[in-house]
Design a protein around this ligand. Sequence first.
Ligand SMILES: Nc1ncnc2c1ncn2[C@@H]1O[C@H](COP(=O)(O)OP(=O)(O)O)[C@@H](O)[C@H]1O
Ligand SMILES: [Mg+2]
Length: 394
Amino acid sequence: MIAFQRTLLAQELVAALQGKALLGDAHNGLFLAAPRRTGKSTFLQGDLRPALEAAGVVVVYVDLWADARRDPGVLIAESIARALEAQLGVVARTAKKAGLDKVKVGGLEVDTSRIGKVDGLTLTDALRLLHANAAKPVALIVDEAQHALTSEAGEAAMTALKSARDQLNQPGAVKLMLVMSGSDRDKLLRLVHTAAAPFYGSQIQRMPPLGPDFIAYVAALIEAQRPDLRPVDQGLLQQSFAVFGYRPQFFMAALGQMLSPLAALTGRFEPALLEAAMQQQAQDEAQMESDYLGLKPAEQAVLWRMLEQGPRYRPYDAEALRFYRDKTGHPVSVAQVQKALEALRQRMPALVWKSARGEYALEDAAMHRWFEALVQAGRWPPRPGQEQLPFDEE
Ligand SMILES: Nc1ncnc2c1ncn2[C@@H]1O[C@H](COP(=O)(O)OP(=O)(O)O)[C@@H](O)[C@H]1O
Ligand SMILES: [Mg+2]
């Protein structure tokens, strides 16, 4: 699997995090949103992390989706503790051998037996220690950060990170850099948009999808391997990539199939690639449609309301209850709504997301696009037996 390096983007973000960019407030926290599978984690780990390290920053990376069963607050604390342990390991072991149960690092007294333990230090102390011991700025990258809002410990960790940032950073001296990424802008917004939110006032940036430079790179690879295909039509490649939703994995897999010696392809591969992209899109939509049709009437009504209301969704207000009644043809009680929401949340994969404060949102923002497209086409709501089969010719 080839990985396209996004060095320029990484460098721009490093400068912004250091507070060197003219505009913006990334030094207060950088919030990046982009849809699933468009390459966020790959970029954060493969490009941003090394770029930060090259700039003399200690980097801690944690993906809150890596293990969805673990509490996000604990995952954050553990990732910091691990980095700290790697740094302090020698100091602590030496101290322990010498019979000392406390060491002084960076003006802080540390209980050596507690280093590496999550509850041993506050997050702020752990980050301060990491910074003091390394004598370098620290960057904490929290991937799928919106997941922190699904537990109280996660929320508390976010608040602690904000206070650590405020304590460590002074104007002109950024010691703690925070990078938060998420697959859903609306959920990430909950970290920044109300006065009670941990990072109130910060802006969410859209992480740009892979662009023409990626396409040019892929085209060059193809031309090098298959001189007979020169010149590759980059316009069609770019178009296919867009239809694949800027998801490199699907795009590359389809390309691999087209270019395989086993492919029974006559003629150019580019139009066939575009065709494959359109089929994939139709399949994704057919999947959402069949998921929707498989739900109970109350669940469908709840999901419909969420699709329609987006971030304004309130599950139990009078208008919502009236909506559920209209759609199902009978009154729906608050308890029934609760039950429906819970069922939507417990499905595998889950359709609904819930924050620790009891706010609900769709798990996958792609459903909104699907919904809008069907509404536009006058095909909403889907009806059984009317699914468009992915391979149907128009
Ligand atoms: N820069 C890249 N070059 C090539 N393939 C990539 C690149 N970034 C992502 N991919 C492919 O896309 C898949 C999804 O990327 P990932 O970073 O996990 O997305 P996200 O974190 O946004 O969900 C990866 O497994 C990889 O196959
Ligand atoms: Mg990811």
